[in-house]
Write a protein that binds this ligand. Structure first.
Ligand SMILES: Cc1ncc(COP(=O)(O)O)c(C=O)c1O
Length: 441
């Protein structure tokens, strides 16, 4: 715990950006669920069995078998984390000027797609941009938006369809099995590839089991594998669902694309049997993949996120509904209804929450959305959110009680917030390193 004076100093030194705080100055850390999970005793035991051979590590084959078994893809390339895999797939599958339709953007994913010359197009359903819509599958693709893009640009101009489950920027919202089946059918008609961001696909499978007709009696593992079977490959940040501190992969069914990825990985990540990871990291990932699809684990994980949601709901705090898989996304537009988007309400909320309580959260609004590469203007997302992200197997319900109390206290004094002014804007993925001034200090 820190004093208000210590936090004022730490926040100012960090330019009111929670990414720039030192973790020792944080009380409860809800910045992200990425790499912040607690590994199990089995994962720690696996670490001790690391085979650190440069080539052909035993742990690579364990990891490869785990991905094949759990996700069902044929060929696997390890990467140091998700964006390493995003880089590879973007370089391999996008020709400059091609379009990449997606169910909303994700920061690093779109950055790599645009760096490869792709033009990102959002084809998610409109409900996804509406924080109060209770649609059960707000991650679904709007097939009409997708078809009209294909009709306008021609199938040859579509690099691939980029589908994410769950959709992080929409509030951890799931995609239905009905949707992925329909997108697959459409892709087959036009000969377009369909790739999946599988980062939180286990959580997505939980929502399908709970909400979609015909899936209540299927296991999470069965649902996950069926979903993946409709796609041509996937990239993965194993730092989320797979319960590790570092790791990722790219999986592909097409042998030719795999050949290219396997070749390119040696340029950017490392040999194709370690891809930027230690042998022990791959060993922990193999165990984590198996643990991630255990029914009790996933129920407890999402149950904890919902617990926090129920507390906040009872206090009348505005946040994205329904509650998603990995986080509560506070609706900063309604929280600070007196602040214009140019005052960075979600960034302000993250800064004020830290100052008030030592709880660390993260902006997911106009700062994260960056600028349009063509016009240079701010992208202005309808969703202006502050994410309270719950790491897996780390915190107790008592921690959630404290977080809810902190948010409630902040809400009570919300009128005094004055917003922030951006004083430093980095060129790429600005939300990580941007700095701000807080009028009045
Ligand atoms: C949906 C999604 N895709 C991709 C990534 C990128 O993964 P990484 O942070 O491991 O590079 C993330 C990480 O936050 C994510 O949430």
């Amino acid at each position: 715990m820190t004093t208000p004076e210590e936090r004022a100093e730490a926040a100012a030194a960090a330019g009111y950006n929670t990414f720039l705080l030192r973790s020792e100055d944080v009380y409860i850390d809800l910045l992200t669920d990425s790499g912040t999970n607690a590994m199990s005793d089995r994962q720690w035991a696996a670490l001790m069995l690391g085979d650190e051979a440069y080539a052909g590590s035993r742990n690579f084959y364990e990891f490869e078998a785990a991905v094949r078994e759990t996700y069902g893809y044929q060929h696997v390339v390890p990467t140091h984390q998700g964006r390493g895999a995003e880089h590879l797939i973007s370089q391999i599958a996008i020709r400059p000027g091609q379009f990449v339709p997606a169910n909303m953007y994700f920061t690093t994913t779109r950055e790599h797609q645009e760096r490869a010359g792709g033009v990102f197009v959002d084809v998610i359903i409109d409900e996804a941009h509406d924080p109060v819509s209770e649609h059960p599958f707000k991650g679904d693709v709007d097939l009409e938006k997708l078809e009209s893009l294909i009709a306008r640009e021609g199938a040859g101009q579509i690099a691939y369809v980029s589908l994410a489950g769950t959709v992080n920027m929409a509030g951890g919202q799931p995609v239905s099995m009905g949707c992925v089946r329909a997108v697959r059918a459409l892709c087959d008609v036009y000969g377009i590839l369909l790739f999946l961001d599988a980062t939180r696909m286990v959580e997505n499978a939980f929502f399908i089991q709970e909400r979609e007709a015909g899936y209540a009696d299927k296991t999470i593992a069965e649902i996950l594998k069926e979903f993946c079977s409709y796609t041509d490959g996937a990239w993965m940040s194993a730092k989320k669902d797979s319960l590790v501190n570092i790791g990722g992969w790219l999986a592909l069914n097409d042998p030719q694309l795999f050949d290219e990825a396997r070749n390119l990985v040696v340029v950017f990540e490392g040999l194709h049997t370690y891809g930027g990871l230690a042998g022990r990291d791959m060993a922990a990932m193999a165990v984590g993949i198996a643990e991630s699809v255990q029914e009790d684990h996933i129920r407890a994980r999402i149950g904890q996120v919902r617990y926090l949601g129920e507390l906040l709901d009872a206090a009348g705090i505005p946040f994205v509904k329904p509650v998603g898989g990995h986080a509560i996304f506070l609706d900063a537009r309604r929280f600070y209804s007196h602040l214009a988007q140019d005052k960075f309400p979600a960034q302000t909320l993250a800064a004020e929450l830290y100052l008030d309580s030592g709880v660390r959260s993260m902006e997911r609004g106009i700062v994260s959305a960056g600028r349009d590469p063509q016009t240079g203007e701010h992208n202005r997302p309808r969703l202006e959110l502050t994410r309270l992200t719950i790491p897996r197997r780390v915190y107790t319900q008592a921690h959630m009680d404290i977080v809810a109390e902190a948010v409630e206290a902040l809400y009570a004094g919300r009128d005094s917030a004055k917003g922030l002014v951006m004083t430093y804007e980095p060129r790429y993925l600005r939300f990580f390193q941007a700095r701000f001034d807080r009028p009045g200090g």
